[in-house]
Design a protein around this ligand. Sequence first.
Ligand code: NAD
Ligand code: IPM
Ligand code: MN
Length: 364
Amino acid sequence: RLPLHVLVLGGDGIGPEVTAQALRVLRRMQAKHDLPLTIEEQPFGNATWRATGSLMPAETHAAVDRADAVLFGAADSLGRAAMPAEERARGSLLSLRRRLGLFANLRPVRTERALDAVSPFKPQTLAGVDLVFVRELSGGVYYGEPRGIERDADGRRRGINTHIYDEDQIIRAARFAFALARGRRGLLTSVDKANVMEAGALWRQVVTALHHDEFRDVRMEHMLADTCALMLNREPRRFDVILTDNLFGDVLSDAAAGLAGSLGLLPSGSLSAPRPDGRRRALYEPVHGSAPDIAGKGVANPLAAILSVALLLRWSAGAEEAAQEVEAAVTAALDAGARCADIALPGEAALGTEAMGEAVLARL
Ligand code: NAD
Ligand code: IPM
Ligand code: MN
């Protein structure tokens, strides 16, 4: 195993609270499995801006450049309205993703039997759900130019964004997703809006050709994004790997959080193309955001952040056994009745963020 340099950026709102618990789990696994990790923490986010005038000071930028993997908490982009646009852009999560060259955002969704009663879905809908989104993270409407708010010929304001994908971006995300499906249950569902968008029509052509040329052993189906939203709550068990673009992936993965029971349970990992040494740069973060409504209260659920550490162990540290131990410890804690407020039933006692971290550590 090669040494792995991990950068921790807690960021805004509940980000630092949940990341502190994730970091305890990471350090425990480092000690237990003798993993060659170096861990560095740096300031980032709105408090850093207030203290230093910069969301991401030069030292943090430098740390990003030397990191193999970033463990990220949350960024409160809505809380940045008062900042100069240039600073907002320089310190945004999108520029961080771009700086790291991330293109494949993995968002696994699994249901826990212990949470059947918490989810709004029926137990028979939830049983056996085990799917993973491969959300294309480098392109689409998130980055397309032109963009902005401008005036039309009549002086009315209009907001402009551009949804654009080139075939290389589609191919690298699709190739990653096909390879992932090959190692799982062998089904890739490619999600687009080929019926209304040219970028979607190209998406479909490129995925079809790649399937034909390189992945005939994987079953592949195309699905429209609106149908996918329906099927995620009608028959979620049917999905294995869901490949989709940056915006659909963002929306559909939050929609799938209802299956897991809470947004506070969903981890994610984002990967770059392999570097010359064959390793990918990566960023691990919960799917949820800074949750300003509960920030500072010590009640946020840290399990999404802790499960993001499992993804780090699997995808960056090559420590599959350690990854599975973390996932099993989370399941065991839930089976034993450990609940934060977001997954507690009315009247049920809820643990705070730190106590939930303890409940997982106690099972490692
Ligand atoms: P959010 O994900 O922060 O919160 C949505 C709801 O889920 C809230 O009610 C919140 O309390 C709850 N929730 C989220 N995480 C939770 C947890 N771990 N435990 C318990 N409850 C949890 O989304 P939002 O409120 O729409 O956005 C807030 C800010 O976060 C915005 O500025 C947004 O841009 C940003 N955001 C950042 C990221 C990220 O950093 N990756 C992701 C999503 C949103
Ligand atoms: C996510 C978030 C981000 C996104 C925002 C905060 C930029 O919603 O990671 O899901 O839309 O990618
Ligand atoms: Mn999102």
